[in-house]
Design a protein around this ligand. Structure first.
Ligand code: C5P
Length: 328
């Protein structure tokens, strides 16, 4: 078989807003969240093989040692990657093969730059990219509704990274998104696109203790009067920093705080650099603040780097879906 070989750079996300509306019978939570894709990306290469197996090679980039050095007391366990069969990427390709009755094997090579256990959607983004790469290689259109169904089975955040709106799922179009920003409802699978924010700049800190999404949700509480999306929706529409700083919110910060002392330390470190709109992303443990420009963001990262509070980086907005390039 002639191997078709594709490359993509799955992006991370930040939740600018996350409110819980209620606990469901299936143990998930109904929520309202506003997510934006950012240009901190992994690298994924996918090819088809003559064998029947799915092979996944996954490693930290540039190296595990470099990651350990960045977070001074990072336990090696924090950098352990799941066995290939337990990786969401592996399961995505397995499900894709079953659904579309595709023969032969796949080889996936994955370089991780997005922290894990950070609330930045790395595993979900990888899974969505694996579906899109497998579709590209086998000639399945990337707006095939079956991909969306697989994405929802794989995880609540996976549909967001497909970057496609599917008929019957709130928004009646399959058009590519103008940018990687959306409001997600349900357990995260119903998506509404929001016009782009190319000027968005963030400073992100990943503290030395990752958090488990399931553990954070287990410890959460539903507010008696949940907040309304109205303020954040208005603020992102015009990308007004003072309004945004006022509207950013994450209901999961409270349970995360109870699980890790690093949440408060990280939020404080970000606030002390003068950033506004400081909050946690997703189920943590990464936190972020808004910056007025790429230069301000870089200056804040330089200040934070001296404080030994974890891995710090700046990021801008990016579009979805991640571009897929054919290498052969
Ligand atoms: O969907 P995903 O597999 O990413 O979710 C991981 C865990 O997070 C779930 O098992 C569930 O405990 C929790 N979760 C939730 N409500 C959501 C999304 C996730 O309770 N909307």
């Amino acid at each position: 078989m002639i191997s078709k070989f594709v490359e993509t750079f799955p992006p991370a996300k930040l939740n600018l807003y996350l409110e819980l509306l209620g606990k469901r019978a299936d143990n998930y939570h109904d929520l309202e969240t506003l997510m934006i894709a950012i240009d901190r990306c992994d690298r994924m290469r996918v090819s088809r093989t003559d064998h029947s197996e799915i092979r996944l090679d996954c490693r930290w980039a540039p190296s595990t040692t470099a990651w350990s050095n960045l977070v001074w007391d990072c336990s090696p366990a924090n950098l352990a990657l799941p066995a290939p069969q337990h990786n969401l990427v592996y399961r995505a390709v397995q499900k894709f093969r079953d659904k579309y009755q595709v023969g032969g094997g796949f080889h996936i090579d994955l370089e991780k730059r997005i922290p894990a256990g950070a609330g930045m959607g790395g595993a979900s983004s990888n899974a969505a990219s694996a579906l899109l790469c497998a579709a590209a290689i086998t000639g399945i259109p990337n707006d095939d509704p079956g991909l969306y169904d697989l994405a929802t089975e794989l995880g609540s955040d996976v549909p967001f990274f497909l970057g496609r709106l599917v008929p019957g799922k709130l928004v009646p179009t399959t058009a590519a998104w103008p940018a990687g920003m959306a409001i997600a409802t349900g357990r995260g699978e119903f998506l509404e696109t929001i016009p782009g924010a190319p000027e968005a700049q963030f400073v992100v800190v990943f503290p030395p203790q990752p958090l488990s999404t399931a553990a954070v949700f287990q410890n959460c509480a539903i507010a008696s009067s949940p907040r309304s999306l109205a303020d954040i929706r208005a603020a992102v529409g015009i990308w007004n920093l003072p309004k945004l700083a006022h509207a950013v919110f994450n209901r999961l910060a409270e349970p995360a705080r109870c699980l890790s002392p690093w949440i408060d330390r990280t939020l404080t470190a970000l606030e002390q650099t003068g950033l506004t709109g400081v909050t946690m992303t997703g189920s943590g443990s990464a936190c972020f603040g808004l910056a007025s420009s790429a230069r301000t963001a870089r200056q804040a990262v330089a200040k934070l780097a001296g404080r030994r509070c974890g891995i710090c980086f700046s990021a801008g907005a990016t579009s979805l879906p991640a571009n897929i390039r054919f290498l052969t």
